[in-house]
Design a binder for this molecule. Sequence first.
Ligand code: ATP
Ligand code: MG
Length: 501
Amino acid sequence: MSTVENFKTQITEGYTCKGESIVLGGAMLDGEALDLHVTIPLKTLNRHGLIAGATGTGKTKTIQVLSEQLSQKGIPVLMMDIKGDFSGVAKAGEEKPFITERHTKINIPFSPKAFSVELLSLSEQDGVRLRATVSEFGPVLFSRILDLNDTQSGVISVIFKYCDDKKMPLLDLKDIKKVMNYITEEGKDEISEEYGKISTSTTGTILRKIIELEQQGATTFFGEKSFEIDDLMRIDENGQGYINIVRLTDIQDKPKLFSTFMLNLLAEIYQQMPEKGDVDQPELVIFIDEAHLIFNEASKTLLDQIETIIKLIRSKGVGVYFITQNPMDIPKGVLAQLGLKIQHALRAFTANDRQAINQTSDNYPTSEFYKTEELLTSLGIGEALVTALNEKGIPTPLAATMMRAPESRMDILTEDEIATINTKSKLVAKYAEELDRESAYEMLTKKIEAISEEISEKEEERRESKEPGMGEVVGKSVLKVVTSASFIRGAFSVLMKVLKR
Ligand SMILES: Nc1ncnc2c1ncn2[C@@H]1O[C@H](COP(=O)(O)OP(=O)(O)OP(=O)(O)O)[C@@H](O)[C@H]1O
Ligand SMILES: [Mg+2]
């Protein structure tokens, strides 16, 4: 058998699916596209994936192609759009000569299509407002967003535990600031008795960092109404999955905010979705662009958590796809779990680049048809090395693939088009409302007020009976609440504030 015949046989056998599948493009040999479709079974799309490649090689268009194909199979998509170049999926594309040429080569018909899109935002930008509560974030992620060291993170854990024990919800940053103040002043002894001593310099640092976070615009993000995961799973009236785009352009320079949000969302999805086991097709597929931001400077604890979530979320029918320039940005423990790999061209400028190319090629199945390392630097734009999992879960043979073109617009939406989507959106209205129900802030304010009132009453009694020694009386009244000297100092500061009014 000739090499070409042999190649055709292997690709056809490797990429034939019995069940539902999506077509990515056509397999290539010696730089030529053959009429051989690279087909991926829906069944293994919850086994996660990687889309990598140098800048401008076609990663975003590949995600657009994947999203379109998934949506048409009734699978909703969540896209973390950091560069803001994904919104065009809401409008039909145009058939241009270079697209016709590409699609003729791979023998896939091209028909321009628009998709149902929701635009979501973490900030003031128009769209569906994504909010989360501090409690939902949990101590590990909240510490990460503040960039805390181990000692400081320990204090955050105590605060979460304390609020949990006292049934005080931590909704927004106002709540956690109030608790921080409380535990260094009025509640100092209550905390140290039950949870151990907390240094005021540590709480001071944490408070400063919370204020910095507020200045970065996080106040709009923390609070209620918090986003309901079910709203990501919508199917439109034509039975196509919604493509949910989180527009992150305005927090590009705040990678901690974005990455922590992303991890929180994954954790929420994991917690809330029912166990599915083996699925015929995923319930939701998530694309994370600039994925290196999630792993940068992540602590060991956090990396372990990410690895675990990625491992477990599969059985909830959720596929997570990381997009990054250099595949080495993804930690080994995560990389090992990825079923679909789409590697666009890499550039070999520096020694580091060459090392990345070597390592990347080692991560792909060997092929008698390709010199992987050479191919990695010679792939054209919109071409990629693909390996997936077949229906039995076995890696497919390596296929250099000419990707199909997106059927939706390969450019962004205009401001008017964005406004029209948001006006029509049911979710925008649903999440526009800002709630502020009773939480730690209000509860602690009441508690402190109650203490102050008691002190003032005693003060009043003393004046009436002309009893001497204010300090003594204050001491006694407070002793009823908590028998401790430093608590009185706290109460004093409250008293001073009351008296100044
Ligand atoms: N599948 C494709 N079909 C047709 N054209 C494509 C395809 N993929 C990429 N292109 C062309 O290449 C350009 C760059 O692609 P894309 O924006 O996807 O690159 P990228 O890898 O995401 O770059 P960056 O790292 O800068 O985000 C596109 O604007 C388009 O013209
Ligand atoms: Mg891109």
